[in-house]
Design a binder for this molecule. Structure first.
Ligand SMILES: CC(C)(COP(=O)(O)OP(=O)(O)OC[C@H]1O[C@@H](n2cnc3c(N)ncnc32)[C@H](O)[C@@H]1OP(=O)(O)O)[C@@H](O)C(=O)NCCC(=O)NCCS
Length: 144
């Protein structure tokens, strides 16, 4: 995840990112317990090598989220991201979700194209959202 996110954060990668994407934090956040919201995570593995990870939520009100997705940069453009999205989609469908939301950093064109290819539509814009100097594009997908 660190390698994946460094591909677009570059010099904006900071100590908070290091903590956020530490193995301990990822493990903790993968199956967080909360009232009315389920969290799950998937790991893409090839021959015991981890190629990618994704985490999402499903809400009792039918509103789910794609929390985070990342693929080892050596494995970009091989369908790993799509496979992770398919697993999340099954989780959302199993939990009768009607709408999924996520966001992507505006300069992260690769991920923006990935989300649009996977059915998400840009619906909004947040300036200087998670950090100053990086805007976020808000994306939604209605599950049919
Ligand atoms: C965004 C991200 C998850 C996409 O993962 P990925 O594994 O490269 O995605 P996929 O391989 O499923 O799809 C990417 C493209 O490769 C293409 N592709 C899939 N399999 C392919 C193959 N075998 N050969 C060639 N191209 C292929 C797909 O058609 C897709 O093309 P498109 O963008 O024109 O639709 C990945 O780039 C990443 O981890 N980025 C850094 C972290 C990040 O930005 N996360 C999202 C923000 S939260």
């Amino acid at each position: 995840m660190q390698a994946a996110f460094k591909t677009f954060l570059r010099d904006k990668w900071n100590e908070a990112d290091e903590r956020h994407f530490s193995p301990e934090a990822i493990a903790r956040n993968s199956f967080r317990q909360a009232d009315f919201v389920k969290t799950t995570a998937f790991v893409a593995v090839d021959n015991k090598i981890i190629l990618g990870y994704a985490c999402g939520t499903a809400g009792e009100n039918g509103l789910g989220s794609l929390e985070v997705v990342g693929v080892d940069p050596d494995s970009f453009h091989k369908g790993v991201g799509k496979a992770l999205m398919s697993s999340l989609e099954q989780f959302w469908r199993d939990n009768k979700q009607r709408k999924i939301h996520t966001c992507v950093s505006a300069p992260n064109t690769r991920a923006l194209i990935y989300y649009i290819s996977n059915g998400f539509i840009p619906v909004g814009y947040r300036k200087d959202h998670f950090r100053v100097g990086v805007d976020e594009i808000i994306l939604d997908r209605f599950l049919k």
